[in-house]
Structures are given as structure tokens and as C-alpha cells.
Design a protein around this ligand. Structure first.
Ligand code: SF4
Length: 205
């Protein structure tokens, strides 16, 4: 394989998931946001009018917009925005892995942790203290406590990229990735083609 070929292919970790997504009839696609800013979801929407013809072949079973974190019908393709920063993120990611044939990390947060991973250079207790105990925006005189409740997911010690929790099949870098990049990957998978992301659409900013 030449250097040029390598740079034009998305990293792939499973045998050939692209083929499993190429099938007759409509396929279910799901997207969910973990620890991110939803900018990647907006990039998905930036496919604009190309979304409409897609709907003849794709059913959007789950979307970050509704934020429903459980899948009730098997999905061919799952897009994951955001990294893993709490126990709820871990459960959701594992559930998507179990229920999606092909799972894709979308954006810097999902690929390597992104902006939330900036806290990884600090101790978690120091981050919580900065946010809740020593915050310069805290109301003077108000009680300062770190929130704790059984309904609040426990924060992980570090922020993790998705592939450190489950196997991911493809990675679309960028913060956020171009809508064209998301469309290219989705279109290849829908039509059962090997996924190739042109270098022109592959960026890391
Ligand atoms: S990669 Fe960038 S745009 Fe996407 S969720 Fe993370 S911070 Fe937001």
C-alpha cells in the first residue's frame, strides 16, 4: 500500500463493515451525542438538501436532536459524537455498539477526547473544586458543594475517546468534520462501497 493510498483511507478496525451496511431497502441510521458540544450534529444537518433524497434509503432511527439514548430496532450505521466522560456515556456507547453494525466516531471529541479531554491533565477533584467550590462566578455567601445524587451519572476520572471503550469501525476527524465528509462516508456505506475519505475533506481542526 502506498503512502498516498493510506492517507486517503479512513482507519478501519473491523474486517469489512462497509459491506454489511450495503443492503437492499431502507436502513436504520442512529446518531447520539456523548460528551461533546453538538457541533458535529449541526455538521450532520449541514448536509442540507442532500438529507431529503437520503430519506428514501435511510430511516433516522435515533438522532442527537431527540437525545433518546436507547435503540429499539437494529441499526446498520451509528454515528457517535463526543467522548466518554461519565458512566452514562459508557452505557450508551456500549448499547450503540451492541445495536449497530457499523459504528463511527464523528469529530475530535469522539476520536481522541477533544476539548473535554483538556481536563485530563488535572486531577478530577481539582476540576470539580474549580467548577463548584472555587468558581469565580459563584454567588457570594451561597453554599458551595459538589453536586452528588444517584440520578447524576458519575464522572470518569479521565475523558476517553470512544475506541478506548468499544471497538469503532471508522473515524471522521475534525472539530467539527465537514458535512461533506459525513455525507461521503454515509453515502459509501449506504451503497456498500469501501469507505474512502478524500484528503481534501480530512482535517483535524
Ligand atoms: S468535535 Fe468539536 S464540534 Fe464536535 S462535539 Fe467535539 S467540540 Fe463539538
Amino acid at each position: 500500500m502506498t503512502e498516498e493510498t493510506r492517507s486517503d483511507e479512513l482507519p478501519k478496525t473491523s474486517p469489512d463493515p462497509a459491506l454489511s451496511a450495503g443492503r437492499d431497502g431502507k436502513i436504520n441510521v442512529a446518531m447520539i451525542s456523548l460528551c461533546g458540544c453538538w457541533g458535529c450534529t449541526l455538521s450532520f444537518l449541514d448536509m442540507d438538501e442532500r438529507i431529503l433524497p437520503l430519506l428514501t434509503t435511510v430511516t433516522i432511527h435515533r438522532s442527537s436532536l431527540t437525545d433518546i439514548k436507547r435503540i429499539t430496532e437494529r441499526c446498520a450505521i451509528g454515528f457517535i459524537e463526543g467522548g466518554v466522560a461519565n458512566e452514562d456515556n459508557i452505557e450508551t456507547l456500549r448499547h450503540f455498539r451492541e445495536n449497530c453494525d457499523v459504528l463511527i466516531s464523528v469529530g475530535a471529541c469522539a476520536v481522541w477526547g477533544g476539548v473535554p479531554a483538556m481536563r485530563n491533565v488535572f486531577e478530577l477533584k481539582d476540576c470539580l473544586a474549580e467548577a463548584y467550590l472555587d468558581s469565580p462566578t459563584a454567588v457570594p455567601g451561597a453554599e458551595r458543594v459538589v453536586p452528588s445524587h444517584p440520578d447524576i451519572p458519575r464522572i470518569t476520572t479521565k475523558v476517553h475517546p470512544c475506541h478506548e471503550v468499544v471497538e469503532m469501525d471508522y473515524f471522521i476527524p475534525g472539530c467539527p468534520p465537514d458535512a461533506d465528509a459525513i455525507f461521503t462516508v454515509l453515502d459509501d456505506l449506504i451503497h456498500g462501497r469501501p469507505v474512502r475519505l478524500p484528503r481534501s475533506l480530512n482535517h483535524y481542526d
